[in-house]
Design a protein around this ligand. Structure first.
Ligand code: SF4
Ligand code: SF4
Length: 336
């Protein structure tokens, strides 16, 4: 247990947590919505510092980040808990903390040990992922600078519900972020995630302003966010507010957790989303969770040459030379 960052004391031993957009106000003995931060006698503590519940080496493409050191490995860690409660969560066993007991599960590791393990396993980056890195930010904030010192990159895979204060604290060591844009309706965010849309949009804009590499992922769920109008709104937000070079990952939904009654997203719907991205002017659109789809390749926006060929999370070939298309020398938006 460690004292939390980014909270203020309100008097009468109450505290307000300013780590995420919920801004939980907690009386003594109370946990926040994430169920991992607790007010103990007027001091806010995090219960998820220094222990991982998931720790693996993954391709960076699995995050997904397709324009950030493609073909490299990311040492990926997560702790229990999340500030959202998505009905379709694929990691619900570890993201949804139903009892404080789960907080003591996992493997202890100091920040130095995490960095050393990433080096030993020949990774290019450390990815804070699986659950929501915002809620284990204190741990990230101690690992991140150490990782930077030895040449490792730091990557967040996030729902985007952090505060701008948190992003500013992370700015000196954060290199890339993938944010889920889960819908373009506040009502959907309230009903299915337990949050609001606007803070997520604000985080994405802030990340661009900070000069941190950003990619966006939208899971397209039948009957939830698959209407043409909403797909166009999402695509236009990415293109107009973030930039046409921000990669947009359109991801296929499969039934799970509290959404067993729906069918997988039809391929036609994913194509409709893809067309919305093209119409908005996006240069890099990917379709994920569809085996052997050519829509996972990186294609030159100018001449149409296939530059990075992918199957699943594997990079089969990369003909980008000095950041440019090998055929027409168009500058490809990429960190490498
Ligand atoms: S991280 Fe978010 S959900 Fe958790 S206590 Fe802080 S404000 Fe609440
Ligand atoms: S934000 Fe991600 S980890 Fe959290 S509940 Fe939603 S899908 Fe699960």
């Amino acid at each position: 247990m460690q004292e939390a960052l980014l909270y203020e004391k309100l008097g009468n031993q109450k505290v307000e947590c300013n780590l995420c957009a919920h801004h939980c106000k907690l009386a003594p003995g109370k946990f926040g919505i994430c169920r991992v931060r607790e007010n103990i006698d007027g001091t806010l503590y995090t219960h998820v510092y220094g222990r991982t519940i998931a720790r693996h080496v993954d391709p960076i493409e699995k995050k997904p980040l397709y324009h950030f050191f493609p073909g490299t490995q990311a040492f990926s860690i997560g702790t229990p808990g999340c500030n959202f409660h998505c009905d379709f969560c694929q990691n619900c066993e570890i993201s949804q903390v139903v009892s404080p007991g789960i907080l003591t599960v996992g493997q202890p590791a100091t920040p130095e040990e995490i960095v050393q393990e990433a080096l030993d396993r020949e990774c290019k980056s450390i990815a804070y992922t699986y659950t929501e890195p915002t809620i284990f930010f204190e741990y990230c904030n101690d690992i991140g600078p150490l990782a930077r010192d030895v040449g490792l990159k730091n990557v967040f895979v996030s729902n985007g519900y952090m505060t701008s204060e948190m992003l500013e604290l992370a700015a000196p060591w954060l290199d890339a972020v993938n944010i889920d844009l889960k819908a373009f309706r506040d009502d959907t965010y309230r009903r299915l995630m337990g949050g609001h849309l606007q803070p997520v949009l604000d985080s994405m804009k802030k990340i661009i302003q900070m000069g941190v590499w950003l990619e966006v992922t939208s899971l397209i769920i039948p009957g939830i966010n698959d209407q043409s109008r909403e797909l166009h709104e999402m695509a236009h937000f990415v293109a107009n507010e973030l930039g046409v070079d921000v990669p947009w990952h359109i991801s296929r939904f499969f039934p799970g957790y509290k959404m067993h009654d729906l069918l997988p997203t039809p391929i036609d719907t994913l194509q409709k989303a893809r067309e919305a991205g093209t119409e908005a002017g996006l240069n890099y659109i990917y379709v994920g969770n569809v085996p052997a789809s050519a829509d996972q390749n990186t294609v030159c926006p100018r001449c149409g040459a296939t530059l990075i060929e992918r199957v699943g999370y594997n990079v089969l070939g990369n003909i980008i030379e000095n950041g440019r298309c090998a055929e027409c020398e168009y500058k490809i938006a990429m960190v490498d």
